[in-house]
Ligand binder design. Structure first.
Ligand code: GLC
Length: 741
């Protein structure tokens, strides 16, 4: 039973006391009066708090909550993972679920899938929906979204982030943050910053030059804060410039709070704070933790022993910590609290509603990327196909459980197999072959899938059985990829190989030899090698797509939805073609050097002329589009002016569809080296067959800037530039030159 209401009694007495004095008009204490300006309320609350109360609100009191001020009726703050859905309730001091029966959630697609929609309206729909679920579960802080840049295909948590390009991630994170927060729930943008690998994530010191920091790794965080208005930011586990990011003076005080004017709270990653003095002085506001046994085995590592708890209180009492800094932290936590827990104008939210499931299905269907489709293999015509074979563990294995802190408990997950069976009904005979054994387990943090994926056949037998079945089928769908188990797209571990695990390549090769009508569906959050690509007519990247995977996948496979997703990161042919593996360091040792600097992803492939397997921005449709007539309304851009680039896009096929028209800019004469071109605009356009639309991009000098680390400032250098317009970073359909004066 929730006894939180007891905490309001002091407030009610306060209220009643006022009313008791002879009937004068009742006045509530300023901090409680939501008609007053937020800052005035914060100052009033702050002035009433004791030193102990101030320190108490700066650190965890349980696994996912921090204290309020009971005496003043200021409630606790409750956090929840994660970026893809609301984690099941946990016990006070545990990671495991509390086994409630009313906290199953909607698992929305992983953020790589959202990014792959290239549609900010989908990000808004996503943010609104997940924010409503967090609100309904009475959570104040949603620990997401994650916007760490995709530097290597081996990073275990890339599936939680929005790809390799800072402009795409920036455009997609802002609506997500804004819409979450309309529910009175704070977004907590993570992991700030440079958390681009899981290997030695708690200690690795990232060495990166200022250009790459500013041009590649920070922009999405800056957009989330300055355009999205994020109410909280989570510090990363790793170090930068030798200091842990959870208490990093340069990142938190100088950049986040100084340059960007962030007025929210910096929350540590769980166990991310390692030093009391640095936690006190370097910008950490709210310390959460992984380890504590304060409720079981004495006080060692208990919450009161956290850096911003007793140790900080002792420093303050001894005059070794600055009181003004303390008050700044408390103001930020109170601001977070008043925006969320204390906010009485919040909507009520909803959980597992038909609208949320429909949103999950729509986002997933719009994010899936048709990588290859020779001979119109897809969409499958379930009328013509009488015998359909489905092969692969990922066709039946639930993916919403596992992968780390983003793991969820859903009411139901439609697997690919369930979706296929539902889609074809009795119109065709569907058979299943396991093909390979990946991870037959199915539990995480006390959530069990309940699936029995046990298998006794050998690898050889599994392949032989699949091949036999393939010979009898009209069409074959292989569903494989990764599976969020350790080393296979999972928090805490990076991948050990670029190729598909579990001998899937052998299965695919054997199937391709047995039946030419083969579609490979990849369920993953990362790029993978495809040595069999020439022998497979159709390949679809389906991502980790959440509760509605089966429905969204069959919507695309059978043509109810015309795919319009575009890759948010490059698929290199070989791992060595990726910048971090060609010249960077990965995973490094105590330090990891980003020697590739700004040449991340397509920036590297373009500049080094390395053909990718599939390029950033690539994605096919069941119709065809033409992009042409690329023009600029002027050839010279003045420092205060704007220039417009227009292009016509036409649906030249016979069915409606959407194209993502992409604008890249190249600086033809810069004093510092720059990539050949960089994404500076995109627009997703829905077109009926035969329809033409003109897309207009506005270019201001800001879009032409680079960070001059010799001067420590952004510069837009006069000279010649080229605007490229196309359907992918390696599919430019027109270009126009202009000069910046
Ligand atoms: C984890 C993750 C972070 C998550 C937090 C709480 O270690 O790094 O993303 O939100 O701890 O589970």
């Amino acid at each position: 039973m929730n006894l939180n209401f007891l905490k309001t009694i002091p407030v009610l007495l306060l209220f009643a006391g006022c009313a008791g004095n002879g009937g004068s008009s009742t006045t509530v204490a300023s901090y409680l009066n939501e008609n007053l300006p937020l800052e005035e309320r914060i100052e009033d609350a702050l002035s009433r708090m004791t030193l102990e109360e101030k320190v108490a609100v700066l650190h965890a009191q349980s696994k996912f909550s921090s204290a309020g001020v009971p005496r003043l009726g200021i409630p606790e703050l409750w956090c929840t993972d994660g970026p893809h859905g609301i984690r099941p309730e946990v016990l006070w001091d545990e990671w495991n679920q509390a086994r409630w029966t009313n906290d199953s959630c909607t698992a929305f697609p992983a953020l790589t899938c959202l990014a792959a929609t290239w549609n900010p309206r989908m990000a808004a729909l996503y943010g609104r929906s997940i924010g409503e679920e967090a609100r309904y579960r009475e959570k104040d802080v949603l620990l997401g979204p994650g916007v760490n840049i995709y530097r290597t295909p081996l990073n275990g948590r890339n599936f939680e982030y929005m790809g390799e390009d800072p402009y795409l991630a920036s455009r997609m994170v802002v609506p997500y943050v804004r819409e979450v927060q309309k529910n009175g729930v704070a977004a907590c943008v993570k992991h700030f910053a440079l958390n681009n690998q899981e290997t030695r994530r708690h200690s690795v010191n990232v060495v990166v030059d200022d250009r790459a920091l500013r041009e590649i790794y920070l922009p999405a965080f800056e957009a989330a804060v300055r355009q999205g208005g994020a109410w909280s930011v989570m510090g990363a586990y790793n170090k930068y410039r030798g200091e842990h990011c959870c208490h990093n003076r340069y990142l938190l005080n100088d950049i986040l709070k100084g340059e960007w004017g962030f007025d929210g709270a910096v929350i540590s990653d769980w166990g991310g704070a390692h030093d009391t003095k640095q936690s006190a002085e370097n910008g950490l506001d709210l310390e959460f933790g992984t380890g504590t046994d304060g409720l079981r085995a004495g006080t060692r590592n208990a919450y009161d022993n956290y850096h911003l708890a007793f140790p900080y209180l002792e420093m303050l009492r001894r005059g070794e910590a600055d009181l003004a800094t303390l008050d700044d932290k408390v103001r930020r936590v109170l601001r977070l609290n008043f925006r969320t827990a204390m906010n009485t104008h919040k909507p009520f939210g909803s959980l597992n509603s038909p609208e949320h499931l429909a949103a999950a299905r729509r986002i997933a269907g719009e994010g899936m990327v048709l990588l290859k489709n020779d001979g119109g293999e897809l969409p499958l015509d379930s009328v013509a196909v009488k015998r359909l074979l489905v092969v692969g563990e990922n066709a039946v294995k639930m993916m919403t459980v596992g992968g780390g802190s983003s793991s969820l408990k859903v009411r139901h997950e439609y697997t690919p197999m369930e979706g296929i069976l539902e889609a074809v009904g009795d119109r065709c005979e569907v058979t299943f072959e396991r093909g390979y054994v990946g991870d037959p387990t199915g539990s995480y943090n006390g959530v069990e899938t309940g699936q029995d994926l046990s298998e006794t056949r050998s690898e050889e037998q599994l392949i032989a059985d699949a091949v036999e079945a393939a010979k009898r089928a009209d069409a074959v769908i292989f569903v494989g990829g990764l599976n969020k188990s350790a080393y296979q797209d999972c928090e805490g571990t990076d991948r050990r190989q670029y190729g598909l695990p579990y001998a899937q390549d052998r299965v695919i090769e054997a199937l391709a030899a047995a039946n030419p009508h083969l579609t490979v569906v990849l369920v993953s959050g990362n790029a993978v090698a495809m040595p069999w690509l020439d022998r497979v007519p159709a390949v679809l990247e389906a991502w980790f797509s959440g509760s509605e995977t089966g429905h969204a996948l069959t919507d695309v496979l059978f043509g109810r939805v015309n795919p319009s997703g575009k890759l948010p990161f490059t698929f290199p042919v070989r791992l060595e073609d990726n910048a971090a593996h060609a010249m960077g360091e990965f995973p490094g040792g105590d330090s990891v050097r980003y020697n590739e600097s700004i040449l991340v992803g397509y920036r590297w492939h373009d500049t080094k002329a390395i053909r990718p397997l599939f390029a950033f921005g690539h994605g096919l449709s069941y119709t065809t589009f033409e992009i042409g007539n690329v023009k600029a309304d002027r050839t010279t851009l003045t420092p205060k002016g704007v220039l417009h680039v227009t292009a016509d896009v036409t649906n030249t096929g016979d069915r409606a569809g959407a194209e993502v028209v992409q604008l890249y800019i190249g600086d033809e004469e810069s004093s510092l080296s720059r990539p050949v071109k960089e994404l500076k605009g995109f627009e997703k356009v829905q077109l009926a067959p035969g329809e033409t639309r003109t897309v207009t991009f506005e270019i201001a000098p800001e879009a032409l800037r680079y960070y001059d680390d010799t001067k420590g400032q952004w510069v837009a250098e006069p000279g010649r530039f080229t605007a490229y317009v196309g359907a992918a970073s390696d599919d430019i359909r027109g270009q126009v030159e202009f000069t910046l004066e």
